[in-house]
Ligand binder design. Structure first.
Ligand SMILES: NC(=O)c1ccc[n+]([C@@H]2O[C@H](COP(=O)([O-])OP(=O)(O)OC[C@H]3O[C@@H](n4cnc5c(N)ncnc54)[C@H](O)[C@@H]3O)[C@@H](O)[C@H]2O)c1
Length: 372
């Protein structure tokens, strides 16, 4: 079929399997509703269970097949009970990030009605931002897995924070384009450069490149924040934030902080995007404490599915994929608003299957989202 796109589907371990299955059901329904072409899901076996059963952390041709697909969807990988001999966990997905240069880590943070909000100020109900975390360099350049730390006996360890012009230019352009896209859907249209340019040369370089790129996007406002002040602002007035762009380690910390403001892990969607590849996954893990019990909140995975559709729309120039993504977001919004979505994660009475089935009804019945 014309325009038939392929999605590599790595369900992984624990609740990763359940939330992946839920996402496929919802994505298929949204595509149909939006009159978009269906997708071909190509399953790839990977994860801790795969390792225990086959001795490989991913099927032997898995990385190549993931690379050949138009997008990759991942449930969750890892089980603390299954490890390599050196004690580290099974994590083939980290290789995918490196291999495919997935530099742009997109973490949307949005408050939904009737979902937990941690701030008493009523304006917290309007939190709607994206944390854009550079994901291939920064301080994680020295992550232990890469073996790049300078270890001086037992007396000192030095890690390196690496900022390159090539990646940073791409990151800032990505941030401004994202702000443009969000502005078209009603957001303020502002990119905040979050750094520590007052102290570190690497961070002053990060900000210098931001200033070089910004004039390419005259309709988007510029803002600056040192990371410590930004942490304060995320508690003081998170509703003012639109797109926040930052180095890897800062993004690692602030995205969890921001996610905590609007609920729990079950709402934390994530996209990891490079020049030619995109990987979409919920930010949570395999949740062994609740696996096999139909208790997982599938919404983080499902909202990651909406991000995947948006990505495919741009990549393939098929606008109806974006409309399908908007149907999903709209159904989640409407479901919370009407208190029809009550995940167990937030003390509600609905497990994975019930949330998914309810969302299917909302997609089938609901009026079109404003922008669709
Ligand atoms: N990207 C990934 O695939 C990824 C990310 C984080 C952790 N992991 C792996 O997952 C395993 C478990 O890690 P963890 O326990 O530190 O983190 P986790 O995210 O799996 O679970 C943390 C807590 O959040 C809850 N939780 C997570 N997702 C939920 C959801 N959708 N609905 C309801 N509750 C949810 C869990 O029940 C648990 O109490 C480990 O093997 C870890 O390495 C994988």
């Amino acid at each position: 079929m014309e325009n038939r796109q392929t999605v590599a589907l790595i369900k992984g371990d624990g609740i990763g399997v359940d939330v992946s299955n839920a996402t496929v059901r919802i994505v298929n329904a949204a595509l149909e509703k939006a009159g978009a072409p269906q997708l071909t899901f190509e399953e790839i076996n990977a994860g801790a269970t795969c390792f225990a059963e086959t001795g490989h952390d991913i099927a032997p041709d898995g990385e190549d097949r993931a690379g050949a697909a138009d997008a990759i969807f991942l449930g969750a990988i890892g089980l603390p009970s299954i490890r390599h001999e050196d004690g580290t966990e099974i994590s083939p997905h980290l290789r995918l990030r490196d291999r495919f240069g997935l530099y742009a880590g997109v973490r949307p943070v949005k408050a939904y009605p009737n979902a937990p909000q941690r701030l008493a100020d009523p304006r917290a109900a309007s939190i709607d931002m994206v944390i854009l975390r550079e994901s291939t360099e920064g301080l994680f350049y020295s992550a232990a897995a890469h073996g790049r730390s300078q270890i001086i006996g037992d007396s000192e360890v030095r890690d390196t924070l690496r900022i390159t012009r090539t990646t940073t230019e791409k990151l800032h352009r990505f941030a401004f384009r994202l702000a443009q896209k969000r502005k078209a859907r009603g957001a303020p249209g502002c990119v905040t450069c979050v750094d520590k340019a007052n102290v570190f040369a690497s961070m002053a370089f990060f900000r210098k490149i931001y200033d070089e790129i910004a004039p390419e996007f005259p309709n988007i406002d510029r803002a600056y924040a040192y990371v410590d002040a930004q942490a304060l602002n995320l508690i003081r007035a998170p509703w003012e934030a639109d797109v926040l762009v930052m180095e890897n380690m800062f993004g690692d910390i602030l995205s969890d902080l921001a996610g905590g403001l609007v609920g729990g892990m079950g709402m934390a969607a994530c996209a990891e995007i490079g020049d030619n590849h995109g990987l979409f996954q919920p930010a949570h893990g395999s949740a062994p404490d609740i696996m096999g019990q139909d208790k997982a909140n599938p919404l983080a995975a499902i909202l990651s599915g909406a991000l995947l559709l948006d990505y495919l729309a741009e990549k393939s120039d098929v606008e109806s994929f974006a409309k399908a993504g908007q149907w999903i977001e709209h159904a989640v919004d409407a479901g919370f608003e009407a208190n029809l979505l009550r995940p167990m994660e937030f003390g509600g009475d609905m497990g994975t299957d019930a949330v998914t089935t309810q969302l299917l009804s909302l997609i089938a019945a609901d009026a079109a989202p404003k922008s669709a």
